[in-house]
Ligand binder design. Structure first.
Ligand code: ZN
Length: 154
């Protein structure tokens, strides 16, 4: 018998999967990056607009399984308005939750807590991490002064 908490988490994940947040393309994004998870076939394109060092707008277009799409949608909600330093903290907390490690207390997880159950399905952990690694790679490239290159051919 499933525990009620698991069901709640599943409902949150399915809600994000069905109605993903932040699918609108951003014009003049400050950062763009793409990522793939070949194991599952998930693909993501992510872009950010920054204002005064904070995330002003986020766009995530993810094609993939429920976990990857839901995680990308949660990312949109989680990082809006945050500084890049806070964004890194949230990304680290997501990694912790997926490894079953204790959460740093100062991080407000919100819906991201629903990803906790994914740790029981190791093959899905990469799905849940895809949007976050794509985000962090993009931010690092941005901070190094390299525009994360996107070759959108379609
Ligand atoms: Zn996947």
């Amino acid at each position: 018998m499933p525990e009620p908490l698991d069901e709640l988490y599943r409902d949150i994940i399915m809600d994000h999967y069905r109605y993903p947040r932040g699918r609108k393309k951003l014009e003049n994004a400050d950062m763009r990056n793409e990522g793939q998870n070949p194991v599952c076939g998930d693909e993501i394109e992510l872009s950010l607009k920054l204002d005064d060092g904070r995330v002003d707008e986020v766009s995530v277009e993810c094609m993939g399984c429920a976990i990857s799409v839901a995680s990308g949608s949660m990312l949109v909600d989680a990082i809006k308005g945050k500084s890049l330093q806070e964004v890194r903290r949230i990304a680290a907390a997501v990694k912790a939750i997926l490894k079953g490690e204790p959460l740093p207390e100062e991080v407000e997880m919100g819906d991201l807590e629903a990803l906790a159950g994914v740790k029981n399905f190791p093959v899905r952990i990469k799905c849940a991490l895809l949007s976050w690694t794509t985000l962090i790679d993009g931010i690092e490239a941005l901070e190094e002064g390299v525009v994360a290159n996107v070759t959108s051919t379609e």
